[in-house]
Write a protein of this length. Structure first.
Lengths: 207, 189
């Protein structure tokens, strides 16, 4: 019982520290990782009639605060050279840092038996973090380009799968996705560690 | 070893991924349930029921609390916004507190516990999530009028994530109690 209370207290302290550091460091994090977002966005846009003209952290001109802003150009078809529409999409830097904060908090707090397992779990989290950044930040920023393409193609309802994904993220998916992914990674890391431990025991018995 | 026991033994022996599936069951169930609930919530969004839900359950109590705390504010609900003398708080998707309820329902329904334990957990959890939703709207209203730069940090990260962290702590307490109760009753799930 006391152990459970101590565990919850530890979680509460870590969460408070993470929130404080996130609130203070959101802008710096967004500035640091913006080049990665730009590369990822341009890779996704390349086979489509889209051009990511600019992606940077700026002061929002519509509301108080700082946003990650993506400016894009949309052509009617991939072979066209003329720009048919331009788009601007914004995401508050606080929202940008939410997904990585949740993921790394889960991986940092997940109960493991040894520090070595903790480091292995955190290392395994890096590719997951890289992938989640695209799903949670780059894809929503590209949503308006998809909507513009749909309008140019004559779609009556320009609500695209990209928009549905953005709405899912805004309805709590931004938290549910890294929570589930982090727990899944931690569970699989624990099982693989047990399997390795089991193999060690088998080898020792054979000797 | 009787026939049934042999069958179970054989199944366990031929399914090396079974422990991994068991360990992964909760996060997968949680995410699938959350996704289903989020899609259902999205399907009714913008309809008269959803607007009434947000206005009556979240916006009007918040406006009433603002007026009770500061009668000079004259806060009123205008569509999906709380308008007062000093600010206009537009409550968009994800700000009204619905996602807290969806995450809570997803987590509790996915957890392997009895129906009664889950029902108790949901009742207390919904009350907590509702209170946190109202508190979040109040906490968004005051900095918007008095400290716009603090509002950015609060709106962007702290106020979405802090209620979620409190819900997560509640879930940890509930699941620990549920596991203890289930264990005390001989593992009946």
């Amino acid at each position: 019982m006391r152990t459970a209370v101590l565990a919850r207290t530890r979680v509460a302290i870590v969460v408070a520290a993470v929130l404080a550091s996130g609130a203070l460091g959101a802008e710096h994090y967004a500035r640091l990782i913006a080049p990665y977002y730009a590369i990822a966005a341009r890779c996704i846009a390349a086979p489509r009639p889209w051009t990511v003209t600019d992606l940077r952290v700026v002061d929002d001109d519509r509301s108080p605060g700082i946003v990650l802003r993506l400016q894009g150009a949309v052509r009617a078809t991939p072979s066209d050279t003329a720009v048919a529409a331009t788009t601007v999409s914004r995401m508050h830097v606080g929202a940008v840092i939410e997904t990585p904060l949740v993921l790394w908090t889960v991986l940092a707090l997940w109960p493991v038996s040894t520090p070595r397992m903790r480091w292995r779990l955190l290392a395994a989290g890096i590719p997951l973090w890289v992938a989640l950044e695209i799903l949670a930040t780059v894809v929503p920023l590209l949503g308006p380009l998809a909507a513009a393409s749909a309008v140019l193609a004559g779609a009556a309802d320009p609500l695209t799968l990209w928009d549905h994904w953005s709405r899912f993220l805004e309805t709590g998916g931004r938290f549910a996705l890294p929570l589930a992914a982090g727990m899944l990674l931690a569970a699989s890391a624990r099982m693989s560690a047990r399997r390795v431990a089991g193999d060690d025991v088998t080898v020792q018995q054979r000797r | 070893m009787d026939a049934r026991a042999r069958k179970v033994h054989r199944t366990q022996a031929t399914a090396p991924g079974a422990p991994l599936l068991r360990a992964a069951a909760f996060p997968i169930r949680f995410f699938v349930l959350f996704a289903v609930l989020a899609c259902a919530s999205e399907a009714v969004r913008g309809g008269p029921g959803e607007t009434a839900w947000v206005q009556h359950l979240f916006l009007q109590p918040t406006a009433a609390l603002i007026n009770a705390l500061e009668p000079g504010e004259h806060a009123v609900v205008a569509g999906r916004a709380i308008a007062s003398q000093t600010s206009m708080l537009r409550v968009t998707r994800g700000c009204e507190g619905t996602e807290l309820l969806l995450l809570l329902f997803g987590a509790i329904l996915a957890y392997p516990a009895g129906l009664l334990i889950k029902t108790r957990g949901l009742i207390a959890g919904v009350a907590l999530a509702y209170g946190l939703g109202i508190a979040r709207l109040l906490a968004l209203h005051y900095p918007l009028s008095s400290a716009p730069h603090a509002w950015e940090a609060l709106h962007g990260l702290v106020l979405p994530a802090l209620p979620l962290a409190l819900i997560a702590l509640y879930f940890m307490s509930w699941s620990a109690a549920a596991a203890a109760t289930t264990g005390a009753h001989g593992g009946a799930r």
